[in-house]
Design a protein around this ligand. Structure first.
Ligand code: NAD
Ligand code: UGA
Length: 464
């Protein structure tokens, strides 16, 4: 089967960039990315895309209107597509059974029901969202229970491994593409059809095929392994601070062993982002449901350690400022969960900021890419505070780091944006209250130089 038209349900951080790159690399395929949100689709069709991702603007400009379309007309795109990606959100459940841990599959189910209602010809349905193992069975059940006469479905698992901030490079030069399908002649034909799409630019040796369940579990496993490395190095950062060892030196020495490798050993204020915590909680819930409590407890510790790291850092800020930050002006530099993205989902900066606000601090926040409204949304959310108006009075959002730090008692650096490395810290020192404190939650600043200027400096995994 040759794929001529692709539809993607979900124009988010995954659906948008992934399908833009498919359109770029497969000019012979028409790709339509759909979303229920009119606002999101309008943004994809405008000059200001809904997400900031280096290189994305260029790719969209090259393909939009040629073979890449963003649309709310879900019906037409489903009808004409040979292959449909489901790329909708799969957040952690907030109510009911499995609350706080299980993945909420209501959007996956909604997408499957939409396809079943609309499709009038055979479709390959590809699960791109991150889901618990056996989620493809749910999609299959819904589709096959509602099939119109003569319509057949194949369901594939094709999890996405891109990281935000490097999505375009990750997609264009993917180390691996994973495709899981049913071990039947029709299932294997569908797998081959999707392989053909990726083979437009990915070497065949980088395309791995497995059964559906292995593919689903591999995605959860990959994120769990990555997060586990961060919690491991963060646990050692606490040992370093207590002993005088330096966590960067430890990471360098440990990572030199090729069996361990140097990547993802950067100690920090804790990992954030929409997926690591959600996917590990998903794995924990799955393990509990499978009656594997020891496995669940093992992965739970990765999340616990991450919470501990965020708490430990924030406590250090408060204790250093004579155990009170009430009415003190604190500059928070960086609000996104990592550099090169405007995404704030599960950003450690949210925990740091809310804790400081609870202690009565006045926050002056600057992030190069996060919209002001997004910062207010995160800090005034009903789950975060029941006094939004009071909190609003204690937050000021700035358009430059220099204006945020003016008159501040302390700087708390939460995101590793490159521009924070080259600020003029002498000038900053002059305009701050004394003693002037810097808490470098990302280990990116030149600590010796800061000490020489006169700052009191604290960082992660190293005594200064
Ligand atoms: P997102 O929230 O940015 O986007 C999801 C979009 O789906 C939303 O715009 C929503 O309106 C839309 N949607 C929901 N139901 C729909 C329906 N029935 N029809 C059309 N649109 C619908 O989410 P995301 O960050 O793109 O993540 C999507 C999935 O990919 C999640 O399962 C996530 O775990 C996984 N993932 C995310 C990343 C990442 O970096 N963000 C990386 C790999 C995998
Ligand atoms: C992560 C994975 O890297 C992707 O492969 C995966 O596809 C994606 O999750 C997903 O499923 O959503 P992402 O969350 O976008 O990607 O970004 P990462 O680069 O993994 O960073 C996650 C968090 O860990 C950030 O807060 C980052 O600052 C932190 N981190 C990362 C560290 O604290 N130390 C490190 O060494 C690396």
């Amino acid at each position: 089967m040759v794929i001529q038209k692709i539809c993607c349900l979900g124009a988010g951080y995954v659906g948008g960039p992934t399908c833009s790159v498919i359109a770029l690399k497969c000019p012979n395929i028409k790709v339509t990315v759909c979303d229920k949100s009119v606002e999101r689709i309008n943004q994809w069709n405008s000059d200001k895309l809904p997400i900031y991702e280096p290189g994305l603007d260029d790719v969209v400009k090259q393909c939009r209107g040629r073979n890449l379309f963003f649309s709310t007309d879900i019906e037409t795109s489903i009808v004409e597509a040979d292959l449909i990606f489901i790329s909708v959100n799969t957040p952690t459940k907030t109510i009911g059974n499995g609350k706080g841990r299980a993945a909420d599959l209501k959007y996956i189910e909604g997408a499957a029901r939409m396809i079943a209602d609309i499709a009038t010809s055979n479709k390959i349905v590809v699960e791109k969202s991150t889901v618990p193992v056996k989620a493809a069975e749910i999609i299959m059940k819904i589709l096959r229970a509602n099939t119109k006469p003569g319509v057949e479905y194949q369901i594939l698992s094709n999890p996405e491994f891109l990281a935000e901030g490097t999505a375009i490079v990750d997609l264009v030069e993917a180390e691996r593409v994973l495709i899981g399908g049913e071990d039947t002649p029709e299932g294997q034909k569908a797998v081959q059809a999707l392989c053909w799409v990726y083979e437009h630019w990915i070497p065949a040796k980088n395309i791995l095929t497995t059964n559906t369940w292995s593919s689903e579990l591999s995605k959860l496993a990959a994120n769990a392994f990555l997060a586990q490395r961060i919690s491991s190095i963060n646990s050692l950062s606490a040992v370093c601070e207590a002993t005088g060892a330096d966590v960067s030196e430890v990471a360098r020495a440990v990572g030199r062993d090729s069996r361990i490798g140097p990547k993802f050993l950067e100690a920090s204020i804790g990992f954030g982002g929409s997926c690591f915590q959600k996917d590990i909680l998903n794995l924990i819930y799955l393990s509990e449901c499978l009656n594997l409590p020891e496995v669940a407890a093992y992965w739970q510790q990765v999340v616990n350690l991450n919470d501990y790291q965020k708490t430990r850092f924030t406590r250090k800020v408060i204790e250093s400022l004579f155990n009170t930050v009430a009415d003190k002006k604190i500059a928070v530099l960086g609000f996104s969960f990592k550099k090169n993205t405007g995404d704030t989902r599960e950003s450690p900066a949210i925990y740091v900021s809310t804790t400081l606000l609870d202690e009565g601090a006045k926050l002056h926040i600057y992030d190069p890419k996060v919209e002001h409204d997004q910062i207010y949304y995160e800090l005034l959310h009903p789950q975060v505070t029941n006094e939004p108006e009071l909190v609003r009075k204690n937050i000021e959002i700035h358009d430059s780091a220099y204006s945020a730090v003016s008159g501040a008692h302390a700087i708390v650096l939460c995101t590793e944006w490159d521009e924070f490395k080259s600020l003029d810290y002498k000038k900053i020192y002059e305009v701050m209250m004394k003693p002037a404190y810097i808490f470098d939650g990302r280990k990116i600043l030149d600590h010796e130089a800061l000490l020489n200027i006169g700052f009191h400096v604290q960082t992660i995994g190293k005594r200064l």
